[in-house]
Design a protein around this ligand. Structure first.
Ligand SMILES: [Zn+2]
Length: 335
């Protein structure tokens, strides 16, 4: 039986400080999208009505039933168009649901990580992809907690195309830059963004241990952000990438992301048209791989569970159930 635990209107005093009996029951209604009746309530402080549905993450959605499967498909290497075909809905519906899932995923993870203290070590690496065409590469820095493979943060930033090119490719890059201007390289800003996310999670005087390849940028940014408590462990990127490689956890994470996300597969038609969409997709993948999927195929222990921020492995329906947009006042896992 659902009992509201606060008034859902953020401007009402019973939102931040609810008291026993702040609401009265007010009948039920029959939504079009659900077979069972939904109980209604009225707040005795602000006098406004609300229902159980007001606390749900999918409130105001016309087809909440597609959410879990949509999420499952998006991390099963299926593109947005194919997801729409499988679910028999319009492509636009999936596009909107994709944006909603990403926003919810970001908030859900932020709520679960609020106030948490982590010891690390952490691992960082950048994988490369592109938006729209090969003259618009992007860098995708990924930050994980090493022991649990918990995906802490991801970012996406533009890069200028470099590396070996044929004379034709060089000419094409010139033409591309004549039309769109020289493409900036935002690796520094993107890596800085994700490293800064560790600030509230690793509080002084605890040292911050970061493992990565030898790119000097990482050392500079780490010292910049964390000062003397920053410990940088560098490892050669040229070493064989197997289980004995000290960077195996992050290399493995990158390989898994390329496996889960259609848009990160090599030589794929599903390549991102815009880098914002890649960022959204990464947020959804982080939610699923952190809270729903076992660390490996053999264990059911999820990264979030191993980190101590989830009581057990969660079903995708559970992480998508309750709204996450009230910060610390959000319903959490069990309203
Ligand atoms: Zn109220």
């Amino acid at each position: 039986m659902f009992r509201p635990f606060r008034c859902p209107r953020p401007e009402c005093p019973a939102h931040a400080q609810p008291f026993p009996g702040f609401f009265i029951r007010d009948g039920v209604y029959h939504p079009l999208c659900r077979p069972h009746p939904v109980p209604r309530f009225r707040c005795r402080v602000c006098g406004r009505g609300f229902s159980r549905q007001t606390f749900r993450a999918d409130y105001r959605q016309k087809k909440p039933s597609i959410n879990a499967t949509c999420c499952d498909l998006l991390v099963a290497c299926v593109g947005l168009r194919q997801a729409a075909r499988v679910l028999k809905v319009a492509r636009r519906t999936i596009e909107r649901r994709f944006a909603w899932l990403a926003l919810h995923a970001t908030r859900f993870q932020a709520n679960r990580l609020a106030g948490v203290s982590l010891a690390g070590p952490f691992q960082l690496d950048e994988l490369e992809s592109f938006e729209a065409n090969r003259y618009q590469p992007v860098t995708v820095p990924i930050l994980i907690e090493r022991r649990t493979l918990f995906l802490i943060a991801t970012a996406v930033g533009p890069l200028r195309r470099k590396g070996r090119m044929t004379p034709l490719q060089r000419r094409r890059r010139l033409q591309h830059e004549a039309r769109h201007g020289r493409r900036p390289s935002h690796s520094r800003a993107a890596v800085r963004t994700i490293l800064a996310r560790l600030r509230p999670l690793v509080r002084p005087p605890r040292p911050l241990i970061l493992e990565s390849d030898e790119k000097p940028l990482y050392g500079r940014l780490g010292n910049d952000l964390f000062g003397p408590r920053f410990r940088w462990r560098r490892h050669s990127a040229a070493a064989r990438r197997d289980r004995t490689n000290p960077l195996f956890p992050i290399n493995h994470t990158n390989a898994r992301l390329r496996h889960f996300l259609a848009r990160l597969r090599r030589r794929s038609w599903c390549v991102s048209k815009k880098r914002d969409c890649l960022q959204r997709h990464l947020s959804i993948a982080a939610l699923w791989s952190n809270f729903c999927r076992g660390i490996t195929n053999r264990t059911h222990m999820t990264p979030a569970q191993s980190l101590g921020i989830a009581p057990r492995g969660l079903r995708i329906e559970e992480v998508l159930a309750w709204r996450a947009d009230w910060g610390a006042l959000s319903p959490g896992l069990l309203a």
